[in-house]
Design a protein around this ligand. Sequence first.
Ligand SMILES: C[S@@+](CC[C@H](N)C(=O)[O-])C[C@H]1O[C@@H](n2cnc3c(N)ncnc32)[C@H](O)[C@@H]1O
Length: 230
Amino acid sequence: MRYNVLLTDNSKEGIVINADTLREFFIELDNFMSSNCYYWDDILSIKDDRNEEVASDLIKNTTPFDTTKKYKTILADPPWQEQGGGKIKRGADRHYPLMKTKDIKNLDVGSLADDNCWLYLWVTNNFLKDGLEVMEHWGFRYVTNFCWAKDRFGIGYYFRGQHELCLFGVKGNLKPIHRNIPSLVYAKRTKHSKKPEESFEVFDRMSHEPRIELFARNKRNGWDSWGNEV
Ligand SMILES: C[S@@+](CC[C@H](N)C(=O)[O-])C[C@H]1O[C@@H](n2cnc3c(N)ncnc32)[C@H](O)[C@@H]1O
C-alpha cells in the first residue's frame, strides 16, 4: 500500500535519533509513498545537534586537493548551509555535515583548474547568490545554468521547490563537445540531495577530460572524485 500524504507528530521538539537509525528509517519510509506523496523532507523534523560538531571537525580535517593534476571540468555539489531555524531542524544537516559559504569559498578549487576549464556548480535556490560569489571567487565567469526538474515538489515557504539549478561558469576558452544539449532534464527525486544520473549523462557528453567531481558520494567512470563520503 502506498500513501499520498505522510503525517508525523512534530509537536514534541527535540527528538534525538541516532543518524544511522534515521537513515534506515527514511529508506523504509520511501516504500510507503506514492509518486504524489508529500515528501518526508517536508514533514519530518528531527534534531541532531551532533551534526554541527561533526561539520566543524570535518572542515578542520578536510582532505586537501591534489593540485598536481589540472582539470578541464570541475563539478561541485557543496553542502550549502540549508537548515531550519530554532530547535527543530528541517534541512540537509539531518543527512550530512554542512559548510558555511565562507568555508566553501576558501576551498582552493582554482588550483585544480586548467587554464581552460568549466565549472558546474549545483546551488540550492536559497543559495543562488552565494553560488555566484563562490564561482567568481574560484576564478570562473558565470555564463548560464542547467536545470533539473523533479517529479515531485519539496519544501519552500513561497514556492514549493520542484527544481534545482546547476550554475555553469567558464575560465579560458573551451568549446562544447556536443552543441545540441538542452539545458533541462526531467528526473525523479531519489535519496536526499542525490543528483540524477541524467545530469551526469549531460555533463559527460558536453565536457572535456580530465574531470573531477567535488563533494562526490561515489566514484564514477571518467571522473576523479573528492568528498568525505566517497
Ligand atoms: C550535497 S551533498 C553531495 C551529493 C552528491 N552530489 C550526490 O549526488 O549524491 C554534499 C556532500 O558533501 C559532503 N561534505 C560535507 N562537508 C564536507 C567537507 N568538509 N569535506 C568534504 N566533503 C564534505 C557531505 O557529506 C555530502 O556527501
